[in-house]
Design a protein around this ligand. Structure first.
Ligand code: GUN
Ligand code: ZN
Length: 438
């Protein structure tokens, strides 16, 4: 184990996105060095360059040499539900029934701080072992669930976006708060955690169907009082859900208006799923600069639909990528990139691997307004780093061996890789995945 303050030099094949490949030719967007290095000091990336140059500049540094393995930025998962860790891969339901049958009974358990801590730690250990170093998570209505995830992330030095999930209707007894308690609990939690080390608070109404207008209004007011917080919620995930919102809010033009008219639209808003948006909704979201999050394994698993990546990115929307664990069927951002590729094929056509890596790193970082801290291997950012083994299974290795450039070497790992491909993980300059000795 490397202590936080020890200068450390990682050597290997470095790869990071310097520009957005949805806006420029993907082949002109990346920085890569097959014999590169990352020098880490005090938890941050202090210098990058060739291995030779860094070795001669930082002679006292501890060296960890990964050979030809790939050093990339840690993955950023822009939408997860850590309390659903234990019910991932629950079979046979579409969204509303899946929530009622599996999700709500599990979320009830989080009134118990010991259970909340157990699952928070289990989730983070799984996420890190899959290469995720930053995430934005929903919690449950219980403040204990928020304390548990921030505490567990803080202990690991991780960047964590989280907030109390608020619901005051259409949920079981025992899993509802009120407009007032949602406001007061959220306010207390954000005053405790927002900006503490690497913790960021996101005001979190679950979605329009589980909040009264009074609760949405109270949370909009809270956001106006604390505008540097993020605000995360769901929008237009499934057609039955959209019809339900229409019946609950009959005087709104569309789903977004249920949020917009109570102050829950702004540039620091993050909307998960966003599959069936209408033109007006897209225009408003684009105008204010809010973010959308693509959750492809979830959208297939729950049967929600195909996110329009090509259409939305070409209009200039900010888009992140996410597992949506446990509606999503994986903890892996590699698996999620593969699903995004497949959904792209069913829509507008193939995405370049650079676009997939962008979504899982800088795209998600931008969506969460964290791109000045994480998402690339630039000097000054936190040393949140993943080392990929591009030969992690025989099936992947035999394909990688035929590759003639870095993107065709990485693509089989994107499509077929899992936590076995994640050879090592560094969070804030600390080594987190100890299984592999180099
Ligand atoms: N919409 C409201 N809550 C949820 C949830 O927990 N998961 C998903 N996928 N969609 C939601
Ligand atoms: Zn979700």
């Amino acid at each position: 184990m490397t202590t936080q303050n020890q200068d450390t030099l990682l050597l290997g094949h470095t790869l990071s996105l310097a520009k957005n490949p949805f806006e420029t030719d993907p082949l002109e967007c990346y920085v890569s060095d097959s014999q590169g290095g990352i020098f880490m000091r005090d938890g941050k990336i202090y210098a990058t360059g060739t291995a030779e140059d860094l070795k001669s500049r930082f002679k006292q540094a501890k060296i960890v040499d990964y050979g030809s393995k790939l050093i990339v930025p840690g993955f950023v998962d822009a939408h997860v539900h850590y309390p659903q860790t234990a019910i991932i891969a629950s079979w046979g339901k579409r969204l509303i029934d899946w929530l009622n049958e599996y999700t709500f009974p599990e979320e009830m358990k989080f009134h118990d701080p010991f259970y909340a801590k157990t699952i928070a730690e289990r989730y983070l250990d799984l996420a890190i072992s899959h290469g995720t170093t930053t995430c934005a998570t929903y919690t449950t209505i219980h403040p204990e669930s928020v304390e548990a995830i921030f505490q567990a992330a803080d202990t690991r030095g991780m960047c964590m976006v989280a907030g109390k999930t608020c619901m005051d209707k259409n949920a079981p007894n025992g899993l509802m708060d009120t407009a007032q308690s949602a406001y007061e609990d959220s306010k207390r939690l954000l005053e405790t955690w927002h900006g503490k080390n690497r913790c960021i608070y996101a005001i979190t109404p679950r979605f329009a169907p589980t909040s009264t207008q009074e609760q949405l209004t109270a949370l909009g007011q809270l956001w106006a009082e604390y505008p540097d917080c993020l605000m995360q919620t769901h929008i237009s995930e499934q057609v039955e859900e959209i019809a339900w919102v229409k019946s609950l809010y009959p005087d709104t033009k569309d789903y977004l208006e249920a949020y917009e008219r109570v102050g829950l639209l702004g540039d620091r808003a993050i909307y998960g799923h966003a599959i069936h948006l209408k033109e007006r909704e897209k225009d408003r979201i684009k105008d204010v600069g809010a973010s959308l999050v693509h959750c492809p394994t979830s959208n297939s698993f729950i049967g929600s639909g195909l996110f329009d990546m090509a259409g939305l990115t070409s209009r200039g929307h900010k888009v992140g990528l996410a597992t949506d664990t446990g509606g999503g069927s994986s903890f892996s951002m590699l698996r999620t990139m593969a699903a995004a590729y497949e959904v792209g094929q069913l829509n507008a056509g193939p995405m370049h691997p650079a676009n997939l890596l962008w979504l899982a790193t800088m795209g998600s970082a931008q969506a969460l307004h964290l791109d000045n801290q994480v998402g690339s291997l630039d000097v000054g950012k936190y040393a949140d780093i993943v080392v990929l083994d591009l030969h992690s299974t025989p099936a992947i290795a035999q394909r990688t061996n035929m590759a003639n450039d870095i993107w065709s070497a990485l693509f089989p790992t994107i499509m077929m890789g899992d936590d076995r491909a994640v050879f090592d993980v560094w969070v804030k300059g600390q080594r987190m995945k100890y299984v592999n000795e180099v």
